[in-house]
Each structure stands twice: as structure tokens, then as C-alpha cells.
Write a protein that binds this ligand. Structure first.
Ligand SMILES: [Zn+2]
Length: 189
């Protein structure tokens, strides 16, 4: 699955919008990305999971670990394609942890799978969960790399790279051009 095919699926699902947006952070951007809008279609989720699995197969993962909530659906589909367990870590009192009876141990080779990697922060926290349990992290992957040139210290790949600028509203070039700003997710009226 090439970057172009992945991004076409995103655009067709309304998961990648181009325009002038006010993000939840308050910053303005010329683009908006919401993986959940692609993953709501099980056939897309399955195809993206299979694409990650085919590139990750050589890593020999025995389990897929994802950070909740964003990584759960794509982690499940990657685990399905690799025929391995798919489990997730979630926050409890601010710290990523394994709950619900999920376990990892020294015999596990872990592939961390996420929807989007931006700074790599949640990926690192999820890798730490696996290592704290004695498991080996063999790699990490995401559907979208949002421009993190961060070295995660393990083999990492994404199916597509999307770099979206974020502007302070006071210095937004799109505002300067007088282009109306919209909130992503709001329906056109
Ligand atoms: Zn603006």
C-alpha cells in the first residue's frame, strides 16, 4: 500500500481535510487529520492493518501492543494479519499501564502499533510498559507519521507521512489572506 493509496483512502473518508481549521489546541492549520474516520470502516482498518503487518512480519513480533484509545483498532487489525495477540495499554492515574488481565513477559516480542505518531511520546511510554514487563520491543509502526523525525531507538515505519503546519492564530497566514476558519468535524451549513 503506497503513501498515495493510503492518503486517498483518508481523503475519501473525510479523515484528511485541506482548508483552514481551528484545532482543539486553539492553533490554526491548513489541514486536519482524524484517523478514526478511516478506521470506522472495518474494511479500511483491515487493509491498513494488513499493510502494517506485511512490512513488520520480518520483525518476528509475538504480540501487538497499542496505546488506547487511538491505537486499539489498528493494533487489533495488525494482530489479526500477523495471527498474534493484540493488547493495549491505557492510562491509570496518568501513567500508561496494562489492565484487564493483559500480561507480557520475557518470552514476548512486542510490536507497538499506533494510529498516528507525532512526537513519539506515547510510543515511548507504550514501549516502556512492555519493557517493564520484561518483554523485548522489536519495532514500532503507525498508519501516519506526522513529521516526527524522532528516533524511537527501535525499527519504526509509517504507511504515510503527513506534515501539517500549525499556526498561532495571531500569526496565521490563512487568516491574513482572509480565508474563513472552520472547526473540523462541524458539518457545512
Ligand atoms: Zn488562521
Amino acid at each position: 500500500m503506497t503513501q498515495e493509496v493510503v492518503l486517498d483512502v483518508f481523503r475519501a473518508s473525510g479523515a484528511l481535510l485541506e482548508g483552514h481549521f481551528r484545532l482543539s489546541s486553539g492553533l490554526h492549520s491548513s489541514g486536519y487529520l482524524q484517523c478514526a474516520l478511516v478506521l470506522q470502516h472495518p474494511r479500511h482498518a483491515e487493509a491498513l492493518g494488513a499493510a502494517i503487518a506485511s512490512r513488520a512480519r520480518a520483525l518476528g513480533a509475538t504480540v501487538v501492543l497499542s496505546p488506547a484509545l487511538g491505537g486499539v483498532v489498528i493494533g487489533q487489525e495488525t494482530g489479526r494479519a500477523l495471527s498474534v495477540r493484540a493488547i493495549f495499554a491505557e492510562r491509570q492515574d496518568g501513567a500508561m499501564t496494562l489492565r484487564r488481565g493483559f500480561t507480557l513477559g520475557p518470552s514476548d516480542r512486542v510490536l507497538v502499533v499506533e494510529d498516528v505518531v507525532t512526537t513519539g511520546g506515547s510510543t515511548r511510554e507504550t514501549m516502556d510498559v512492555a519493557r517493564a514487563a520484561g518483554a523485548l520491543v522489536v519495532g514500532a509502526s503507525s498508519i501516519i507519521d506526522r513529521g516526527s523525525s524522532t528516533d524511537l531507538g527501535v525499527p519504526y515505519f509509517a504507511l504515510a507521512k503527513v506534515v501539517l503546519p500549525a499556526y498561532d492564530p495571531a500569526a496565521c497566514p490563512l487568516c491574513e489572506k482572509g480565508q474563513p476558519v472552520t472547526k473540523p468535524g462541524s458539518r457545512p451549513t
